[in-house]
Design a protein around this ligand. Structure first.
Ligand code: SF4
Length: 369
């Protein structure tokens, strides 16, 4: 890799968004030296504070069920995994979880499940979205994370009151995508879905995994450029954590060295993305916490501004393990919140209570900022 001057690159990136080349992004992602990492993360944090303040927004995740029609090679709830106990929350339990989010003043929820394509499910989600809007007098931010659907389905859910949609591509490198998925999973279809979501005027979220087998720093730099090209509003990037019941993770031991390296990469991706895109929402994902107890706080200090606490009833959480070692499985929701709030305060940040925490990038696009 060509030699770069870190200070010069960071000064430019801090002042002007979209000012880094692909090679410069790959260089930032590759950094390992502790003093260089400190400079990278603190510069990205400055940009985060400029756009979102010293504030973290919460989105309470409700994992509604773990049935999925897809078979992604890295995912613990892929349909071929016979070792997962399948569950589906009933409507009453989901409504209780929505109410809990309102009571806890989280401001936004994420309704998440595997990919289910049926008219019955489309109607069910419409009903839940409407109900969540009514329960909060329209104040609650409603995010859906329900996989690839038709344009008509996305439009119906948007009309029912959903504001945001998360659909991660996991990697923008088509060859790598093909190695991570069965032949009937199409990258082009996924990109088409992202375009449809924009067409429906959702705040569109996407993201990738870092540290996948065979993935390079250049691939990850390409992922950041892809987010820019697709004009993404919200980004969720998690380090790849192997699940032993999957074809991809079967033989990968989660050693301390492995965890440290994946954490480094995950934090560098957050910083490089913040330095390139500036005003998007970036989540500090639970996968970071799976690698280090303070992983999510470090994600915030590296440039993220969103945390997505799990607000699913604890009895169901074991069923929703996309990767292993998923944290907070045994905590109840109030304990999780109190613990998280204390941790966020300890790094000098406050919480955006009762606010939807809309992506500044989306507001700018709509002339509202
Ligand atoms: S990654 Fe998503 S779409 Fe793929 S198997 Fe898991 S839940 Fe289903």
């Amino acid at each position: 890799m060509a030699k770069f001057d870190l200070g010069t690159i960071l000064e430019r990136a801090k002042k002007e968004r979209h000012s880094l080349s692909r090679n410069e992004l790959a260089y930032l992602i590759s950094l390992k030296d502790p003093s260089e990492l400190e400079l990278l993360h603190s510069t990205a944090y400055e940009v985060k504070v400029r756009h979102s303040g010293k504030v973290v927004s919460f989105r309470g995740i409700i994992e509604m069920g773990n049935y999925c029609s897809k078979d992604c090679f890295y995912c613990g709830i892929r349909k071929s995994n016979r070792n997962t106990d399948r569950f589906e929350l009933d409507e009453e339990t989901i409504i209780r979880a929505i109410q809990r989010n309102i009571d806890m003043r989280y401001g936004s929820i994420v309704l998440q499940s595997g990919e289910i394509i049926s008219e019955k499910n489309t109607e069910y989600i419409e009903r839940l979205v409407r109900k969540a809007g009514e329960m909060s007098d329209g104040k609650l931010g409603i995010t859906l994370s329900l996989g690839e659907q038709s344009l008509e389905t996305y439009a119906r859910w948007r009309a029912a009151g959903a504001h945001r949609y998360l659909l991660r591509v996991e990697t923008s490198n088509r060859e790598l995508y093909a190695r991570l998925h069965p032949a009937n999973h199409s990258f082009e279809r996924r990109v088409q879905c992202l375009r449809w979501l924009r067409e429906c005027d959702y705040q569109v979220g996407s993201g990738v995994m870092s540290g996948l087998p065979g993935q390079t720093d250049d691939d990850l730099a390409g992922d950041i450029l892809f987010m820019h090209e697709m004009d993404i509003d919200m980004i969720g990037m998690g380090p790849y954590i192997p699940h032993h019941d999957t074809p991809l993770g079967r033989d990968v031991p989660l050693t301390p060295e492995y965890a440290e390296e994946r954490l480094r990469l995950g934090l560098n991706m957050i910083s490089a993305t913040r330095l390139f895109l500036h005003d998007v929402n970036i989540a500090s994902t639970t996968a970071l916490q799976a690698l280090a107890d303070d992983g999510r706080e470090r994600g915030i200090l590296a440039g993220a501004n969103v945390i997505m606490p799990n607000t699913t009833d604890t009895e169901y959480r074991r069923g929703y393990q996309l990767y292993e070692n998923k944290p907070s499985l045994d905590e109840n929701t109030e304990e999780s919140r109190d613990n998280l709030v204390a941790r966020i305060k300890s790094i000098g940040e406050t919480i955006n209570w009762d606010q939807q925490g809309t992506s500044p990038h989306y507001l700018v696009r709509h002339g509202k900022l």
